[in-house]
Ligand binder design. Structure first.
Ligand code: FAD
Length: 297
């Protein structure tokens, strides 16, 4: 009853959902079902990930267009530059503009294991260079990545923040954070960014945990810490998806409530082609705007 986000703040909460391009026809059918359920939650839009080195480029664009046509909502295309020639990226950007896709999440991407990060013809080296290149082609609505726990390759937290500033200076409109389960760390990061004069929107990325073992492995590569309390919560639940989903929704709800109480009311949910936890999260945060049905996807 005395929730810090009851009332007008709750109405101000907004979500976007991240999807990835499926590899199989079954995956695509599952994606359609998930998208229908997520669209019923009244999100601001969706975004679709992109394999570094252009490995999923065509599939990504296909899914962007499919979800946009299905929902009538804005869908952002992730675009990575590592391993790609500048001309390739520029062609892709022109194709996006021609297809009416204005929203881009501009990323460097991660080098493939053992692969050379930059092509012989020269590419965009960092995401800030990519943003500048894209803005030369069209007035895209560009989001970039930010790291509350500091990007693993950054020389220091200050250098990483300087990099974020360069991405904004190049034309990015907002930053979406890597997921981070320690809410104090997210809040401190936003404070540091504001103190450094960064005033554009910073949208917390929220990870609804679905499979804890996979999350733990992925977190090692992207530098996101798994707090002991979270590991303890999911211990022994590998064969119990219903209980995992319940706990995951509780964890994400608690995090969003604290962030919203601090004035951060836009969230990017790493739904990753699953609806269960995202639906529960949205119901918990703004029940009055949640029209999703009970069926599973
Ligand atoms: P950059 O901003 O270029 O930064 C990378 C590193 O280089 C940082 O350590 C930075 O501090 C450092 N750096 C930057 N400029 C300089 C400079 N001039 N001198 C020295 N150091 C510098 N990956 C995918 O492959 N596909 C996706 O679809 C995808 N989506 C994502 C969505 C979000 C919201 C987030 C947070 C991440 C996503 N990623 C994705 C992961 C991302 O590609 C990796 O985290 C990658 O390692 C860094 O990308 P970046 O855009 O932050 O790179």
């Amino acid at each position: 009853r005395h929730s810090p986000i009851a009332g007008p703040d709750a109405a101000g909460i907004r979500f976007s959902f991240e999807l990835f391009p499926p590899r199989t026809p079954e995956g695509l059918a599952q994606l359609d079902r998930v998208v229908d359920r997520l669209a019923a939650l009244g999100p601001e839009g969706f975004s679709v990930t992109h394999g570094a080195g252009g490995t999923t480029r065509d599939r990504t664009r296909g899914v962007v267009e499919r979800v946009a046509a299905r929902t009538g909502l804005p869908v952002a295309q992730h675009l990575t530059c590592i391993g790609a020639r500048r001309a390739e990226i520029d062609d892709e950007a022109r194709a996006l503009r021609a297809a009416g896709i204005r929203r881009i999440v501009a990323l460097r991407g991660d080098p493939p294991a053992g692969g050379a990060p930059h092509p012989p013809g020269g590419g965009y080296r960092h995401a800030a260079d990519l943003v500048a290149g894209l803005m030369r082609i069209a007035d895209f609505d560009i989001s970039v990545a930010a790291y509350p726990e500091v990007h693993p390759e950054a020389a220091s937290a200050a250098a990483d923040l300087d990099n974020l500033r360069r991405k904004f200076d190049a034309g990015a409109r907002r930053a979406i954070t890597q997921y981070c389960f320690d809410t104090d760390t997210v809040l401190r990061f936003v404070d540091r960014a504001r103190a450094a004069g960064i005033d554009r929107p910073i949208v917390p990325g929220i990870m609804p945990v679905s499979h804890f073992g996979r999350l733990r492995r992925f977190s090692e590569t992207c530098g996101a810490a798994i707090p002991r309390w979270l590991a303890g919560m999911f211990e022994g639940l590998d064969a119990d998806p219903a209980r995992r989903a319940g706990l995951a929704a509780a964890v994400a709800t608690e995090q969003c409530r604290r962030l919203a109480a601090a004035g951060l009311t836009d969230f990017h949910i790493y739904s990753l082609n699953r609806a269960e936890v995202s639906v529960a999260l949205c119901r918990a945060l703004r029940p009055e705007r949640t029209g999703a049905g009970p069926q599973a996807a």
